[in-house]
Design a protein around this ligand. Structure first.
Ligand code: CTP
Length: 244
């Protein structure tokens, strides 16, 4: 057991009140790439585990009164649009077994203080989902697995037009202006460069059932190893290499 590819468990089960750290999965990708569908499918297939979903959207900064008057000039695809410190605080609490209240974001009023906030309890698996969830290294470091949903730009744009006009009630001209002014440049400058951090890249998003099945199998294996380490503290775990 001295050879490479062997990893000592980081938990110390001999300590009383030992807290099992959750398995954290990051799901990034362009807007309307199908991240939500991928997350829903993972959650559905992990039905016997306690899984919670945390959306980066919940951590959008509230706009000031002045910004609300010129909302079409606001860039919601820039890393500064999010309150990353608050996201980190919430994750810190969850990782230490404390429940947190996550704000609900309303895309129509541009406010994240929609009452009531969503109470999120500590769980075995936490899925962090959002366009820029791999941008900040401190957030990336929390993740045990990073998934990038890779969907063609034309598919993302078509979905976005339908979603923003039908669900958000926005004007198509404003949707296209926002896309060319902010969404596309931010994808190229901030989102696409984070693809290199992914452990797994899923082409075609939620349509890729084979990829989702493999991911869920891998998570199950990892969770099983985690539990074994708790029961048998001297057990060493052999790394598995995973590629799609
Ligand atoms: N956004 C917006 N108006 C706001 C806040 C955000 O139009 N007040 C847009 C941003 O421009 C950004 C997008 O919301 O491009 C981020 O949400 P998105 O990733 O599209 O949502 P999901 O439903 O998570 O996407 P997916 O289809 O991948 O699940």
């Amino acid at each position: 057991l001295e050879s490479r590819n062997i990893e000592k468990p980081t938990t110390s089960p001999s300590t009383e009140n030992v807290h099992k750290q959750p398995f954290v999965i990051g799901v990034a990708g362009g807007a309307a790439s199908g991240k939500t569908t991928v997350c829903d499918m993972i959650i559905q297939q992990l039905h016997d585990q306690r899984v919670v979903l945390v959306n980066q959207d919940s951590f959008y900064h509230n706009l000031t009164e002045e910004e609300l008057t010129r909302v079409h000039e606001c860039n919601f695809d820039h890393p500064d649009a999010f309150d990353t410190e608050k996201l980190l605080d919430s994750m810190e609490s969850l990782r230490h077994g404390r429940a947190v209240d996550i704000p609900n974001y309303d895309f129509k009023s541009y406010k994240n203080n929609v009452f009531p906030a969503r109470r999120v309890n500590p769980s075995d698996v936490i899925i962090l989902e959002g366009i820029l969830i791999f941008h900040d290294p401190r957030v990336r470091e929390l993740m045990n697995m990073k998934i990038f949903v890779d969907t063609d730009a034309d598919v993302r744009l078509a979905r976005r037009i339908r979603r923003d006009t039908v669900e958000k009630g926005r004007d198509i001209g404003a949707v296209l202006d926002q896309y060319s002014k902010f969404v596309k440049p931010a994808f190229d400058d901030f989102i696409l460069p984070t693809k290199k951090y992914a452990d797994i890249i899923i082409p075609r998003g939620g349509d890729n059932h084979v990829a989702i099945d493999l991911i869920v199998q891998h998570i199950r294996t990892k969770l099983g190893q985690h539990d074994l380490c708790k029961i048998y503290p001297n057990l060493y775990v052999i790394h598995s290499t995973f590629q799609i």
